[in-house]
Design a binder for this molecule. Structure first.
Ligand SMILES: Nc1ncnc2c1ncn2[C@@H]1O[C@H](COP(=O)(O)OP(=O)(O)O)[C@@H](O)[C@H]1O
Ligand SMILES: [Mg+2]
Length: 344
């Protein structure tokens, strides 16, 4: 069954709004291998485009979807680096603009301690992406895309907060499918009540909500704390959601649909390099399946496979695979571990 209908007449498949940053990851390439170690001991870093919605934009583009980005970058070489990278990938950058007040792109340093232990150190003061303002949101752009994905990080501060809400309102006005990736990053938020206030404004209107259990708990703090996954799904289905995806990291994830069904998937076993980047591969793979009208379980399997491929990688953007590579990965894993390896 199809839970969301995309308007096929629209030229753009998906527009993503929010955070784009630069990741500095401990180098791991043919020349330099920084093995697992504390961040302070790392000597060589590799630079990549990062930030959850930016990574998903790259991911869906590698699958052949036409993506655009709404965001703010710094007026310097790092800002140019991001825009150049997006352009090389084929992502539309007509709505990526430069900050005028000297704000800088966020920098993310990833610590990789072991296959199961990693953390991130973010530099997000005077931050470019949160400078997005209502004037940057153009109705025609939202009218011409099948879906709009809002990353929750964009709600952390004004003026980006109002810009994201405006984009959501225009998506509703124009029948654009609204996807909410809760994408919680602690930086820039002032307190937990604000998180619930603003996350729930978008979540109530979204057709698809994706997030971890912790991210749903933050969203629901002022609604009803302590809900189970089933209760959360029922609550959001009672608003506008058709699909609610709740992730439990290594324990797997479940998509709840508005007809009362649920579909679960587990991660494909891999030797991880880091815990980050999984969610973005998951999002890109899952959305690709949805656009192709696949059964939900196949969308989830594809997303989970892409997530596993990305936690194995040293970055969150540049190694995002095309569809053939994901299919090959699924085939290999099933040959190794059996047909039901990712099934619950
Ligand atoms: N060690 C791992 N091996 C395989 N898959 C993993 C691993 N860690 C995470 N994943 C996958 O990545 C997803 C994480 O998504 P999410 O909770 O959104 O985290 P983030 O957005 O921080 O990457 C999980 O649902 C799972 O599919
Ligand atoms: Mg995530």
């Amino acid at each position: 069954m199809k839970y969301v209908e995309f308007d096929r007449s629209r030229p753009m498949d998906i527009v993503l709004l929010g955070r784009v940053a630069i990741d500095f990851n401990p180098a791991y390439n043919d020349q330099v291998k920084e093995e697992f170690k504390p961040l302070k001991k790392v000597h060589m870093f590799e630079k990549f485009v990062g930030g959850s919605p930016a990574n998903i934009a790259v991911g869906v583009t590698r699958h052949g979807l036409k993506a655009g980005f709404i965001g703010k970058v710094s007026d310097d070489q790092f800002g140019e680096y991001v825009v150049d990278y997006f352009n090389e990938q084929g992502i539309d950058t007509t709505h990526v603009t430069k900050c005028t007040g000297g704000q800088k792109l966020g920098l993310t340093f990833t610590e990789m301690l072991s296959p199961s232990e990693s953390s991130i150190l973010m530099y997000r003061n005077c931050i470019a992406d949160l400078q997005l303002s209502v004037d940057d949101i153009n109705e025609d752009y939202i009218k011409n895309t099948k879906a709009l994905l809002i990353s929750g990080t964009s709600l952390a501060e004004s003026p980006s907060r109002e810009a994201a809400i405006k984009a959501m309102m225009l998506a509703k006005k124009n029948g654009t499918v609204l996807i909410f990736d809760i994408d919680y990053r602690a930086y820039n938020w002032k307190n937990k009540d604000e998180i619930s206030v603003y996350y729930s404004i978008i979540a109530k209107e979204a057709d698809i909500i994706m997030g971890s259990r912790e991210e749903f708990d933050l969203t629901e703090k002022l609604i009803q704390p302590g809900m189970t996954d089933e209760q959360s799904a029922a609550y959001w289905h009672g608003r506008n959601a058709k699909i609610v995806v709740i992730k439990h990291g290594m324990k797997g994830s479940t998509a709840y649909t508005c007809d009362g069904q649920k579909f679960s998937i587990k991660p494909f076993p891999v030797e991880a390099r880091k815990g980050f980047g999984g969610g973005d591969g998951y999002g890109a793979g899952f959305l690709y399946g949805l656009y192709n009208g696949w059964e939900l379980l196949d969308c989830l399997e594809f997303g989970s496979a892409e997530a596993s491929m990305m936690v194995r990688s040293n970055n969150c953007s540049d190694d995002l695979p095309g569809p053939d590579a994901v299919r090959a990965f699924i085939r290999e894993e099933k040959e190794k571990y059996g047909e039901m390896v990712a099934r619950v």
